[in-house]
Design a protein around this ligand. Structure first.
Ligand code: NAP
Length: 309
């Protein structure tokens, strides 16, 4: 955790800081649930019904997740065992949208491939048909999931790049910019030049972008995923890239993170970032401040501002 987050927690509670940056093991989570009154957990700390089943009511009464995505926590099982779960929405929105734009620009303009060319000393100089990519300004931007991050990406696309915005979400959105809601993901995929995945991971969104969605995309189109890896069926994406079904992919997240398959690594037109969405110190400090505030409110007997179960 950033030092400011540790200091904020330390000012309120008796704390123990786990120095490892690796996900907690099952044994660590089990003992944590038994020993601590509350835990700040994060991506990779997998809390399942199975883990909780030996506890009636664990000593740990709140899991304050550091991050907006909480698909690694079985929130229903937590509720059944009297464990409150909270997250950190909002703090992550702009930074993650910025990474989506990074991926859009890099994938469309072949920036990863081009940089590798320069670094390898293989650049022979400018010429009129060198490394032609897809012009980004004015394109059709399709957003799967018009929530906080989806809207922040759409705003950037509309106001910054003059894009036409289309989206799919569960509900109609009242937006401060023009955007057309499409009936289905297949329809959006067929329409968009750039399709961005911004839905949370859930049983309903698992493999939502599958072979049929990739087939619906035009061959010049680009797929971007900044949400969670398992929303895109990775094997189908690799097949689509192998067959030139789509022009490029830009990924911040992977189905079996941190494993990035050879099938993606071999493709020059796959831009591959290591889950950088919120990786700025001030953003991480804001996330930490929110998680600590959730803990403070809980132990003060107040409503937890970002409770999710
Ligand atoms: P959010 O505000 O809850 O927005 C989610 C959107 O997805 C909503 O528009 C929702 O529609 C839509 N949606 C949910 N289930 C759907 C379904 N089955 N079909 C169609 N649309 C569906 O969440 P957010 O703050 O934008 O965050 C989105 C996700 O981004 C997080 O859950 C997290 O996993 C990921 N994330 C990644 C990073 C990173 O580092 N790469 C950083 C932050 C977040 P309704 O509004 O109609 O319900």
């Amino acid at each position: 955790m950033p030092p400011a987050t540790i200091a904020a927690a330390d000012a309120l509670f008796e704390i123990e800081v786990r120095p490892s940056t690796q996900p907690m093991t099952r044994a660590e989570l089990r003992s944590g649930l038994a020993v601590f009154d509350g835990m700040m957990v994060t991506l990779g700390d997998v809390v399942t019904a199975d883990l909780l089943q030996d506890f009636g009511r664990p000593r740990c009464k709140i899991l304050a997740n550091f991050g907006v995505g909480f698909n690694h926590i079985d929130t229903e099982a937590c509720r059944a065992h009297g464990v409150t779960v909270s997250n950190t929405p909002g703090a992550v929105t702009d930074a993650t949208a910025d990474v989506a734009m990074t991926l859009i620009l890099m994938a469309c303009r072949r920036a990863g491939e081009a940089e590798r060319l320069v670094r390898a000393g293989r650049w022979s100089g400018w010429h009129p048909t060198q490394m032609l990519g897809m012009h980004v300004t004015g394109r059709r931007l399709g957003i799967l999931g018009m929530g906080r991050i989806g809207q922040a990406i759409a705003r950037r696309g509309h106001f910054g790049f003059g894009m036409d915005v289309g989206y799919v979400a569960r509900s109609q959105k009242d937006l401060a910019f023009p955007a057309t809601r499409h009936d289905s993901l297949g329809d959006l995929a067929a329409w968009a030049d750039i399709l961005v995945v911004a839905v949370p991971a859930s049983p309903e969104t698992h493999h939502m972008v599958d072979a049929s969605v990739l087939e619906a995309m035009p061959s010049h189109a680009v797929l971007i995923n900044i949400a969670r890896g398992d929303i895109v069926e990775e094997a189908a994406l690799i097949a689509a890239l192998d067959q030139g079904q789509i022009a490029a992919a830009g990924l911040d997240v992977y189905e079996f993170e941190p494993k990035v398959p050879q099938g993606l690594l071999k493709h020059e037109n796959a831009v591959l970032l290591p889950h950088l969405g919120t990786a700025c110190l001030d953003v991480r400090e804001s996330m930490g401040a929110m998680a600590v505030e959730n803990l403070r409110a809980f132990f003060a007997g107040e409503p937890v501002p970002n409770r999710v179960n």
